[in-house]
Design a protein around this ligand. Structure first.
Ligand code: AR6
Length: 177
């Protein structure tokens, strides 16, 4: 695997990766959580391009993703991935699919570095340890099959999330040795 996986604690709107991932809803209406922060800090362009995307393509189905510019943010693109609402059924498959969709869009745009938040673990109520297992193993497997990405960052907002992702990443690496 050529690419580096890193886990950081911070605010995803400040990340300098070429693309940051938004934990979006199907309508790309960026209200609260990560989406609200991205939309507020990035400026109006992100919501406007999102509206245009939905007008053209329809809603972004759960488990898939869309791309816009990043407005005034340091990154170049925002990839809007729609994770599962806890209790909607088949959540793990949907989270895996949202993660892969974001990575596929990154490759389509020749993006070399991408930063993910812990998708679905806020307003959508998905447990963070389960999210860490799914997202980390999905990204690891993806990077073993695709060599065009240089860096995938997981950006956790709080210390607990950071500690859980760090621990589970260690577990995953140990298991596979
Ligand atoms: N940087 C990094 N992580 C953050 C930030 C930030 N600035 N802000 C929050 N988090 P959420 P969801 C963490 O609720 O559960 C929105 O309204 C947060 O602590 O943003 O997928 C959308 O429009 C949590 O661990 O996303 C949708 O309607 C994680 O990011 C809905 O919420 C995800 O929390 C999506 O809900």
């Amino acid at each position: 695997m050529n690419a580096k996986i890193e886990i950081v604690r911070g605010d995803i709107t400040e990340m300098t990766n070429e693309a940051i991932v938004n934990a979006a809803n199907e309508s790309l209406r960026h209200g609260g959580g990560v989406a609200g922060a991205i939309s507020r800090k990035g400026g109006r362009a992100i919501q406007m391009e999102s509206n245009e995307w939905v007008r053209t393509h329809g809603k972004v189905q759960t488990g898939s993703a869309a791309i816009t510019s990043a407005g005034n943010l340091p990154s170049k693109y925002v990839i809007h991935a729609v994770g599962p609402v806890m209790g909607s059924g088949d959540e793990d498959t949907k989270l895996r699919s949202a993660t892969i969709s974001a990575l596929n869009i990154a490759l389509d745009h020749q993006i070399k570095s991408i930063a993910f938040p812990a998708i679905s673990t806020g307003i959508y109520g998905y447990p963070i340890d389960r999210c860490a297992r799914i997202m980390l193993s999905t990204v690891k497997d993806y990077l073993l099959e695709h060599d065009k990405l240089d860096r995938v960052t997981f950006c956790l907002f709080d210390q607990t999330g950071f500690d859980i992702f760090t621990q589970i990443w260690q577990d995953i690496q140990t298991q596979k040795k």
